[in-house]
Ligand binder design. Structure first.
Ligand code: 13P
Length: 254
């Protein structure tokens, strides 16, 4: 059985005070919801204070990025060792990083390797663009992204994949549960080809892209979808709690 996971990617939102306020607003309700792993990923500057606020809590902390070198002259970057001190998870290869910060498959691969070495669980993001989707290239694109990101990686135990079609991110236009379920099943086949059936069966693969309380159930009902990476809706305490609670209700029925 794969434990469902709902992660909130806050992106470049919230000051430290706002981050603490948001966590305070959802902490107690989230604590009450069983059988779902809950992760919040605030901006770097809020990780330490949020960690303190979450001490003793079951809510886990994730970073939104890291750099692959351990330390040194890389002005403005954050190393895996720094993240490992604070976080259990790290989002890697988000399409916004690929698009705005020119992260290639090779860079994503180095970051995955560095995160795993530092014992941080990567939430590895993949997904096709609108144009690729329209040209029916989804499968070849996600296959290639998986292969590039995991090149040379021997064990992916614990690693999480988030399938986030680029056209669904921040657009209010989500994939259907069925579309997402089908692509995620295909991603799992790719993992089986690379790492064997057992690893594929254990790997959690999330959907991301305009997930809200209004459509969360549609995704959670898909047996192949193990949770969600939530952007905009994770910045509203009530929305995030609602999504986590739907995941718990639906997944614990199965
Ligand atoms: P939205 O939920 O705002 O579409 O963002 C999805 C996302 O990019 C999560 O990483």
């Amino acid at each position: 059985m794969r434990t469902p996971l709902i992660a909130g990617n806050w992106k470049m939102n919230t000051t430290v005070d706002e981050a603490l306020e948001l966590v305070r607003a959802m902490k107690d309700e989230l604590e009450k919801i069983a059988e779902v792993e809950k992760v919040v990923c605030p901006p770097f500057v809020s990780l330490a204070p949020v960690k303190e606020l979450l001490s003793g809590s079951a809510i886990k902390l994730g970073a939104q990025n890291l750099f692959f070198a351990e330390k040194g002259a890389y002005t403005g970057e954050i190393s895996p060792l720094m993240v490992a001190d604070l976080c259990e998870y790290v989002i890697i290869g988000h399409s916004e990083r690929r698009q705005y910060f020119h992260e290639t498959g090779d860079v994503v691969n180095k970051k995955i390797v560095a995160a795993l070495q530092a014992d941080i669980i990567p939430i590895m993001c993949i997904g096709e663009s609108l144009e690729e989707n329209e040209r029916e290239k989804t499968k070849s694109v996600v296959s290639e992204q998986v292969r590039a990101a995991l090149a040379g990686v021997k064990s992916v135990s614990g690693l999480v994949i988030a399938y986030e079609p680029v056209w669904a991110i921040g657009t209010g236009k989500s994939a259907t549960g069925e579309q997402a379920g089908e692509t995620i099943a295909f991603i799992r086949h790719n993992i089986a080809d690379l790492y064997g059936e057992g690893t594929a069966r254990e790997m959690r693969i999330l959907y991301g892209g305009s997930v809200s309380s209004a459509n969360a159930a549609e995704f959670m009902q898909q047996p192949e979808i193990d949770g969600a990476l939530v952007g905009g809706a994770s910045l509203k305490a009530g929305e995030f709690i609602n999504i986590v609670s739907q995941a718990s209700a639906i997944k614990s029925r199965k």
